[in-house]
Design a protein around this ligand. Structure first.
Ligand code: SF4
Length: 486
């Protein structure tokens, strides 16, 4: 498994990307390309399952990048067939940081009516209780992943076919799930009733595909058809096309607002808008809310870039690449020695000294999680001779952990959970620090009236502490939710 790096724990991490295709020749190649485009959603491991009418189900699961594992002819020839699904993962549930290959999805189950494989993006918030119940009733778990509960619930269902068993299983599941699944002939896509995690439908020739994001449709030349709706289940068959069902009780949607800020790729389309444009709007809102006199607007690369461009356009302060990212510094770097570890952020980012010297610099970043990286970047900028450093953050203070499929430190490790904005400014020792407001963020994502207090249009729990689904497993372990009145 590629080793994690010291600065990798200072960002929230999306944990999974999913992709599936049906009705094409050589589905595995399309799935591999789709997963490659979704690699930003999980770099730890990936897996592909395919089905061939003569050779049955086949699967390959590997640690590391898609490009290193699913390009060799050995592996790809072992995955024949016109239907396939795949998954890239960064562990959120399961044995985090010490993943076993048995935790790598897709998971497969053999039922009396045939086999099925599933790939899950999200997090089941009542998985512990379900797992206990299932084990008591005789289920034998193969992995430590919450997603495996779905296969066992399906095995216990009395429904006649696999899609109906999946419906049955998912009615017991709480939390966030976008799922791509397959039988011998059908590709199945499901989003939880709140639609917390994304899932889109694409068309490729006579075939169809499902993906976490539209950028993975682009790479294979598929046409974006639409988003799968919150609470929708689609069953796709190469001959009959797409059948849509809404098996769950309808609820107001709560899409993850952080997908707009950081997780999704800027070239994806979310809610009918380009992620890039939304991020630029966030930068504009930030400039309106928190202006400051300065000479340059610089992004913390790469995720701060569109917001920094927006801030610059709105404020009229020139945009500049004051920090350069080393593109080849990935998570596959050799096991770092102590000396290399201490270099931290400098391994990944370098200051463009000639630009920065003597300037008042606005640094735009997508978020502050622990604050360790922000502090180091500020030191690098000051070492390079900047006169002032002003942080502008394209998300509100991250003060609460996410339990819906995003890797977040424990609450006490989040800088904003323990400090006010003023305290954070002092702690980071910067001239100023400002976060976009929740209302400003909502306006930037297209909600012109801002956030509805009565019924927020998105999940924003990591900022507001208002969890749209009670994280039952975490509450059982002692997690204190915010009192409703606060
Ligand atoms: S808690 Fe934050 S990161 Fe998690 S789903 Fe909600 S908005 Fe997204």
């Amino acid at each position: 498994m590629p080793p994690a790096h010291p600065f990798d724990d200072d960002k929230l991490r999306e944990e999974c990307g999913i992709f599936g295709v049906v009705g094409v020749k050589d589905a595995a190649s399309f799935v591999a390309l789709g997963l490659h485009a979704l690699q930003h959603r999980g770099q730890e491991a990936g897996g592909i399952v395919t089905h061939d009418p003569e050779l049955g189900f086949n699967s390959a699961r590997r640690f590391g990048y898609v490009r290193d594992n699913f390009t060799s002819s050995d592996v790809m020839e072992s995955l024949p067939g016109p239907i396939g699904i795949g998954h890239v993962r960064y562990s959120t549930a399961g044995s985090k940081g010490q993943t076993a290959i048995r935790d790598v999805q897709p998971f497969f189950g053999e039922f009396s009516m045939g086999g099925a494989a599933i790939a899950h993006n999200g997090n089941i918030t009542n998985a512990n209780a379900l797992r206990r119940e299932l084990i008591d009733r005789g289920s034998i778990f193969q992995s430590s992943s919450d997603s495996e509960c779905i296969i066992h619930l399906m095995a216990r269902s009395l429904q006649r076919n696999i899609p109906e068993r999946m419906e049955d299983a998912l009615r017991r599941v709480e939390g966030a799930f976008s799922i791509v699944a397959m039988t011998r002939t059908k590709l199945i896509g499901v989003r939880d009733p709140l639609g917390v995690r994304p899932l889109v439908l694409g068309k490729i020739g006579d075939g169809w595909c499902l993906s976490s994001e539209t950028c993975a449709l682009d790479i294979i030349g598929a046409e974006f058809v639409r988003e799968i709706e919150p609470g929708e289940m689609v069953e796709i068959n190469a001959e009959r096309g797409v059948e849509s069902l809404f098996p769950f009780r309808r609820q107001p949607p709560k899409f993850c607002i952080f997908e707009h800020v950081y997780f999704s790729r800027p070239d994806s389309i979310l809610g009918g808008r380009s992620v890039y444009e939304t991020r630029e709007s966030i930068g504009r809102e930030l400039a309106k809310e928190s202006p400051v006199d300065a000479d340059l607007v610089c992004p913390v690369p790469d995720s701060g870039t569109p917001a920094a461009i927006g801030y610059s356009l709105e404020s009229g302060i020139p945009y500049a690449m004051g920090i350069i990212r080393n593109q080849y510094m990935g998570r596959t770097f050799i096991e770092p020695t102590e000396q290399i570890r201490n270099m931290g952020v400098r391994l990944k980012l370098n200051v463009n000294r000639a630009l920065i010297q003597g300037k008042r610099v606005i640094l735009v970043d997508d978020s502050v999680v622990r604050g360790t990286t922000s502090r180091k970047i500020k030191e690098m900028i000051l070492d390079a001779g900047a006169k002032e450093v002003h942080f502008r953050i394209a998300s509100p203070p991250t003060a609460w952990p996410c339990f819906y499929g995003v890797d977040t430190p424990q609450r006490e490790k989040l800088l904003a959970a323990t400090m006010t904005e003023d305290e954070m400014t002092k702690h980071l020792a910067v001239n100023s620090l400002k976060f976009i407001s929740l209302d400003g963020l909502y306006r930037a994502v297209g909600e012109s009236q801002g956030r509805s207090k009565e019924c927020p249009q998105y999940c924003d729990a990591c900022f507001s502490g208002e969890y749209p689904v009670t994280p039952a497993d975490m509450v059982e372990k002692g997690f204190q939710m915010q009192p409703a009145a606060e």
